[in-house]
Design a protein around this ligand. Structure first.
Ligand SMILES: [Mg+2]
Length: 98
């Protein structure tokens, strides 16, 4: 079973409303991990990069499921393209080197 088949199976098993809750929870957990890293960078402390990777994976998996359910792949692709273009333009306007 590939990832997409598993996403579909999870939606059928748990239901879309439950999986939307999972997206909310996983986004919250990712925000918490980002906060830990931010604080550690700010205070010169150490942080566990594994927690950040784990929560990014959780967000990717849960958003992957709702992407499939609502057939958002092409819309997301277009949004990403536009947003990355705006980011590049903004950085160019800020004279970003590299
Ligand atoms: Mg998580």
């Amino acid at each position: 079973m590939d990832d997409l088949e598993l996403y579909d199976k999870a939606i059928r098993h748990y239901g879309i409303k439950h999986q939307l809750l999972m997206v909310m929870e996983e986004c919250s957990e990712l925000a918490k991990e980002c906060s830990k890293v931010y604080r550690a960078l700010d205070e010169g402390g150490e942080f566990a990069i594994d927690g950040l990777a784990e929560e990014i994976a959780d967000v990717q998996i849960t958003t992957g499921q709702i992407t499939r359910f609502f057939d958002l792949k092409e819309r997301i692709k277009a949004e990403r393209k536009g947003k990355l273009k705006r980011l590049a333009e903004r950085m160019k306007n800020e004279n970003c080197e590299d």
